[in-house]
Design a binder for this molecule. Structure first.
Ligand SMILES: Cc1cc2nc3c(=O)[nH]c(=O)nc-3n(C[C@H](O)[C@H](O)[C@H](O)COP(=O)(O)O)c2cc1C
Length: 391
């Protein structure tokens, strides 16, 4: 930010602030993707394959961006995506994110791997949130976790299915985050010394840094090697659709299956009783070289959109992107990195400002494309660019 550009506005503005404030290994963990980061790049750039239509003289007085997302009355078709260890990016980060989401009126999703336990987050807002689950080998732990989430008042279960094993995020190896040798330790120390505001705000005042929902199962998450070892040993790669039938039998609320990229898988999710699917490649952090989410959305929306709610995440960076996703068949979108960049860079008010800008972008784009209600955002608001389209 220069002296003439004092207010962060876009996701990219907040990303720059986060870059300044976070220790390098944390910024890289947030910002990076798997392997060569090909999918990470196409998640955002593929939105450019579509153009909106500018339609005029249609009486667009009173644009309304509100909608319902899995039964939640939302001020706009956006939810905050689950981000593990959000409380390492800002002090008690999950509570800050939940309060910002509440201030605008959209759902907040907490991760299985959040720093704050689900009860702490619900206490911060007094409102129901969404709970994201990873399947663990020990089903008793899963059952206890879901009972806690339900007792705390979580309405929707977001079951993530694209992390059978953790993706290869090469930045984590390069910057020493996952190393135990002397060079890694020295590098990490140097990164901490150059991030004094983060050290004060999060490292010292943001404790405890346990994985709040699993504090008696994960020993010492302050050491990220231990956290990775937990994922490698406890995440269950043998999960199948049968396990969703089991989840369906013990979770009375809505279930969204997150991480679906193929039509057959979307159909299977609906067949086992899911209320919706999230078309997602985990923000390009899992299988590198898989297509972008936006490229996969239209076929999935067409196949299951009549029976289930279809959401999209990975690569949404503006209200314009939200309108494009809706025009291609999504009921709503989730955003991951954007809210964490804003929170790491400017705290809860940064997230609230970013969300407010996004809502204004959606409303403005709707008016200039000639529609006033969310349900009027249909495929005929879009045209494709002249570039070859890969869908
Ligand atoms: C640092 C980080 C941690 C994440 N942790 C989780 C998680 O614990 N559970 C989950 O389902 N998805 C997790 N995700 C994926 C997000 O929920 C979401 O799918 C992704 O960030 C969307 O892409 P975007 O960042 O381009 O918006 C994580 C993403 C990031 C960047």
């Amino acid at each position: 930010m220069s002296i003439f550009n004092v207010n962060p506005v876009t996701v990219d503005d907040y990303r720059r602030l986060a870059h300044k404030r976070l220790p390098r290994f944390l910024f890289d963990y947030l910002d990076g993707g798997a392997n060569a980061e090909t999918t990470l790049a196409s998640n955002t750039s593929d939105f450019d394959q579509y153009r909106l239509l500018q339609r005029v003289m249609r009486n667009v007085d009173g644009v309304d961006t509100s909608t319902t997302l899995a039964g939640f009355d939302a001020a706009m078709p956006v939810a905050l995506a689950p981000v593990g260890m959000a409380g390492m990016y800002a002090r008690r980060g999950e509570t800050q994110g939940a309060r910002a989401a509440q201030s605008i009126g959209i759902p907040f999703t907490t991760s299985t791997l959040g720093i704050c336990p689900v009860e702490e987050i619900v206490r911060a807002t007094g409102e129901p949130i969404w709970f994201q689950l990873y399947m663990l080998r020990d089903r008793d732990v899963v059952q206890t976790l879901l009972a806690r989430a339900q007792a705390a008042g979580c309405t929707t279960l977001v079951f993530t299915v694209d992390l059978a094993v953790a993706g290869m995020r090469l930045r984590d190896y390069r910057n020493g985050m996952l190393g135990t040798n002397i060079a890694s330790k020295v590098s990490k120390l140097a990164q901490l010394v150059s991030s004094p505001r983060w050290v004060m705000d999060v490292a010292l005042k943001g404790k405890p840094h346990t994985i709040g929902n699993l504090s008696d199962v994960v020993p010492d998450p302050d050491d990220l090697n231990v956290y990775k070892a937990f994922i490698d040993s406890q995440f269950d790669p043998s999960v199948t659709w049968n396990d969703i039938a089991w989840l369906r039998s013990i979770w009375p609320g809505k279930i969204l299956i997150k991480g679906v990229m193929e039509v057959d898988d979307a159909r299977a999710a609906v067949d086992v009783g899911a209320d919706g699917v999230v078309v997602s490649n985990h923000g390009g952090r899992q299988l590198d070289s898989v297509a972008s989410s936006i490229a996969k959305l239209p076929a999935i929306a067409q196949a299951v959109g009549a029976q289930a709610e279809v959401y999209l995440d990975s690569g949404v960076r503006s209200g314009i992107d939200v309108v494009k996703a809706l025009a291609l068949g999504a009921r709503g979108v989730l955003i991951g990195r954007p809210w964490i960049y804003a929170m790491a860079g400017a705290g809860e008010s940064g997230v609230a400002n970013l969300l407010s800008t996004m809502r204004n972008e959606i409303a403005t784009a709707m008016a200039l494309a000639g529609v006033t209600r969310i349900e009027d955002i249909t495929p005929d608001l879009l045209e494709r660019t002249l570039d070859p389209v890969r869908v």
